[in-house]
Design a protein around this ligand. Structure first.
Ligand code: G
Ligand code: G
Ligand code: MN
Ligand code: NA
Length: 253
């Protein structure tokens, strides 16, 4: 309850920051985009979004917080574009409540207009579990978003109540292989089978495939050997401040 009441004013008190984790092309080795990851510094302590997002989701605070993350990420991307990195994209995670909010599409339009970024440079990440209920409404929302030119990713793919129906019926552009299937590559035979097949399934459906949670050179070699498009993980970088991303881009990465 204490954490919950502190959450209310956290943005106003300047305690929330958006950090960004690079996504890297396996072909060029270059940063193609970043994922926005929320950070809460409270009384000198970092509280993980894994701990406070569920609270915010319950209380409804996720709506103003999520709106702030989206607007902040779009405006930050605009700055990177203005610094000359206009190929860069930004991905923003949506919670279930945000995804079902009837004002989401208008908010996305407004964030695009306010920042002036090209719609195709914005990517919204949702998880499979958000697609189980109210399927027709979810498809409609995703259609309206992708008609704006905005891209959509299925995050943590394979971890939830996976159904191939999602790949068939939902308008998506990117598949993110859940980090649990990357963890034991390349020696774990089950991860080898599952990761290889998710990558080839995504590719044969013309989706961009991103492997998450890549921490070792051996994992990187494995996903490269399967022609995965991009990687994200501590091997390259954790989520860092926008200033550090700018420095990374200036250094030619
Ligand atoms: O860095 P990591 O600890 O950032 O994130 C933990 C979890 O919190 C992940 O599942 C991630 O998707 C989620 N998360 C991080 N930032 C946001 C955000 O801005 N919105 C939502 N809905 N989830 C987020
Ligand atoms: O659920 P989602 O994929 O949006 O959340 C990303 C989460 O994974 C964040 O908590 C982020 O900090 C974390 N993460 C990113 N790269 C790595 C990695 O290489 N290893 C581990 N263990 N976690 C990672
Ligand atoms: Mn994500
Ligand atoms: Na993920």
């Amino acid at each position: 309850a204490q954490l919950g009441s502190a959450l209310k004013g956290a943005i106003g008190r300047g305690e929330m920051e958006v950090h960004y984790q690079p996504k890297v092309s396996l072909l060029s080795g270059k940063v193609t985009g970043v994922e926005a990851l929320l950070r809460w510094q409270r009384e000198g302590q970092m509280i993980s979004p894994a701990d406070f997002i569920p609270l915010a989701e319950k209380s409804g605070d996720i709506l103003p917080i999520g709106e702030w993350v989206l607007r902040t990420a779009c405006k930050q991307l605009r700055r990177w574009h203005d610094e000359g990195h206009d190929h860069l994209g930004v991905a923003v995670n949506l919670s279930g409540k945000q995804f079902r909010d009837t004002q989401l599409v208008d908010l996305v339009k407004d964030a695009l207009q306010e920042s002036g970024i090209p719609p195709q440079c914005l990517n919204l990440e949702i998880t499979e579990n958000m697609l189980i209920e109210r399927v027709e409404e979810a498809i409609e929302t995703m259609k309206r978003i992708t008609e704006l030119g905005v891209q959509m990713s299925i995050d943590d793919f394979g971890r939830g109540y996976s159904s191939l129906t999602y790949l068939k019926r939902f308008p998506i552009n990117v598949l993110k292989v859940d980090q649990s299937f990357v963890k034991d590559l390349p020696t774990g035979q089950k991860d080898v089978a599952i990761a290889s097949n998710i990558i080839s399934l995504g590719k044969s459906l013309n989706l961009k495939v991103i492997a998450e949670g890549v921490e070792t050179g051996d994992q990187l070699e494995f996903i490269r050997s399967r022609n995965c498009h991009e990687m994200q993980g501590f091997l390259f970088s954790k989520a860092i401040t926008p200033e550090k991303i700018s420095a990374m881009l200036r250094s030619g990465k």
